[in-house]
Design a protein around this ligand. Structure first.
Ligand SMILES: NC(=O)c1ccc[n+]([C@@H]2O[C@H](COP(=O)([O-])OP(=O)(O)OC[C@H]3O[C@@H](n4cnc5c(N)ncnc54)[C@H](O)[C@@H]3O)[C@@H](O)[C@H]2O)c1
Length: 279
């Protein structure tokens, strides 16, 4: 039975179906890394992915992608793959590398993304009327088109094999009007709707497509790039706080595994009840 050990306490993690192979984009750091660790503990062979070998070092989380893959490898293998999800040829190459090394992908987690503009940081200005063309394109590509390209490269094989679970990353910002981060919010809204459309195409083929929609979650980039409230960073019984990466990973693990086997086309908000609107 799979077990994971965090902070000294052993916690139960339900095992995945045999032979599971997971590709988690953007898993060199942040929420993606925690998801990859969890899926590995649940018995998947895991491909750790990032845009390049050094992305995990950007906020001090690891030296490089190879170190992250080596740390995650357990009973089943973990490999590192690099490439830009906005580049169709790179996506095809990465998927080929993963399937050659680990076998057919049965779990795809599209976690790579973020409100990261053309120059690398947050777009500035970042409103509905003033965001630059270059930033609009960068943010739409990095989030929406990157997710679409990954699905197009992986889901046809899943449909042929009649086995697969895809988990896309939205955001609360994609479910309500916000400012700033407007184009990011629109890109995430597009991901949520693409999730529903792809779920419709895939359902007769035994492939599930769902999305998570996190609220504020304590990844290293989140903490480094925003003004945060220290009182919201304390773990405790109150849900009036930021999510831990582990809390996001647990929801993804649920959607990846057998316990959600009849759930598809859905958006799961992970925000401790911060937003309480229907849908
Ligand atoms: N942290 C939060 O509060 C929060 C809230 C809602 C949604 N999200 C979403 O969760 C996901 C993970 O965010 P995080 O907070 O862990 O940030 P992060 O920056 O640590 O993780 C994002 C990862 O995606 C990679 N990436 C970005 N653009 C890429 C590209 N073009 N090609 C390949 N890889 C690329 C980055 O290098 C990084 O590894 C993102 O999609 C983000 O939008 C985060």
């Amino acid at each position: 039975m799979a077990q994971s050990v965090e902070g000294g306490a052993a916690s139960f993690v339900p095992p995945l179906k045999g032979g599971a192979v997971a590709l988690v984009t953007g898993s060199g750091r942040g929420l993606g890394r925690r998801i990859a660790e969890k899926l590995s503990a649940m018995g998947a062979a895991v491909a750790i992915h990032d845009i390049d070998e050094l992305a995990p070092a950007q906020y001090g989380e690891a030296r490089n992608l190879s170190d992250v893959a080596a740390a995650i490898a357990g009973e089943r293998p973990a490999i590192g793959v690099t490439g830009d999800i906005t580049d169709e040829a790179a996506v095809a190459r990465m998927v080929g590398e993963v399937e050659t090394a680990l076998g057919p992908i049965s779990i795809l987690v599209n976690c790579a993304g973020g409100d990261i503009g053309a120059a690398g940081g947050k777009p500035n200005p970042n409103g509905a009327l003033d965001v630059s063309m270059a930033d609009m394109r960068a943010v739409m590509d990095r989030n929406f088109l990157g997710t679409v390209l990954m699905c197009r490269a992986v889901v046809p094989g899943m449909m042929t094999r009649q086995r697969g679970s895809v988990i896309n990353f939205g955001s609360l910002n994609g479910q309500m009007g916000v400012s700033p981060e407007v184009v990011y919010a629109c890109a995430k809204a597009a991901i949520l709707h693409y999730t529903r459309c792809l779920a419709l195409e895939a359902r007769a083929h035994g492939v599930r497509v769902n999305a998570v929609s996190p609220g504020p979650a304590m990844s290293a980039r989140f903490l480094a790039t925003r003004t945060t409230d220290p009182r919201m960073q304390v773990e405790g019984p109150s849900l009036d706080r930021y999510a831990t990466p582990d809390e996001i990973a647990d929801a993804v693990a649920f959607l990846a595994g057998e316990q959600s086997r009849f759930v598809s086309g859905q958006v799961l908000r992970i925000d401790g009840g911060l937003t309480l609107f229907p849908g």
